[in-house]
Design a protein around this ligand. Structure first.
Ligand SMILES: Cc1cc2nc3c(=O)[nH]c(=O)nc-3n(C[C@H](O)[C@H](O)[C@H](O)COP(=O)(O)O)c2cc1C
Length: 213
């Protein structure tokens, strides 16, 4: 059975374009896969804790299997988020561009799920240099992103200023999720017609992709 984890990162509800497009995609996907399981994880309108000193101490405790109980408690939510991610082979992330990057709620989620020993591992080679192992291979991800401006995509005038979906590609790739499709809608801050064209194009691509995802 297919299992999809849908993560919404916009703090906006019905006004959010990334969220709306993701829901269009999920609707078509669910119709095409009536037996599939869909789990939603809200990170835009619900608070995911930022990294704290206690989290860092617990996360990097030298003997993870002998972590004191108090430290285990500091990692409880992170453990849940990691298990949730491990348990789904398909991932959809809807995400606005905020100040050329991703909103802090989604960044907080990334910081909770990139976990040594669980989603990646590190060992030293014969020269003592760290070698990283990606533990979450075999998954597929779709990033649906909305930007107020235009030209942030591949080959665009402002491509180099886009640290949103490229950051997600890097962070997810680091833990093994490298089969990633990005579909963007641009120009919410442009005239309505420019934005409508971009939105219609993104929606068409998503409807098509949903049938085979
Ligand atoms: C705090 C904030 C920062 C933003 N920064 C950018 C930006 O750097 N580049 C851009 O093109 N649009 C920017 N925007 C516009 C959003 O990307 C745009 O409104 C997008 O549609 C938001 O996604 P949503 O509709 O899913 O909420 C910003 C909006 C806000 C509220």
């Amino acid at each position: 059975m297919k299992k999809m984890l849908a993560i919404h990162a916009s703090p906006r509800g019905e006004r959010s374009h990334s969220r709306r497009l993701a829901e269009v995609f999920l609707d078509v996907w669910q119709t095409a896969n009536p037996e599939a399981q869909l789990t939603r994880r809200e990170v835009g309108r619900a608070s995911i804790p930022h990294v704290s000193e206690a989290f860092v101490a617990a996360n990097f405790y030298p003997q993870p299997k002998a972590r004191p109980l108090a430290m285990q408690a500091d990692l409880q939510l992170s453990d849940e988020l990691v298990s949730e991610l491990i348990g789904h082979e398909l991932l959809v992330i809807s995400v606005p561009m905020y100040n050329f990057g991703i909103p802090s709620g989604l960044k907080a989620w990334i910081d909770q799920i990139v976990r040594m020993g669980l989603t990646f591992d590190v060992a030293q080679d014969s020269q003592g240099v760290a070698q990283y192992q990606r533990l979450l291979v075999g998954k597929k991800a779709l990033i649906i992103t909305s930007r107020g401006g235009s030209g942030f995509g591949p080959g665009g005038e402002y491509e180099a200023m886009n640290h949103a979906d490229p950051h997600l590609r890097t962070a997810l790739g680091f833990i093994g999720i490298d089969d990633i499709t990005v579909i963007a809608v641009e120009g919410e801050e442009s005239v309505a017609e420019v934005f409508r064209r971009s939105s219609d194009e993104a929606e068409g691509q998503l409807r098509e992709l949903a049938r085979s995802f």
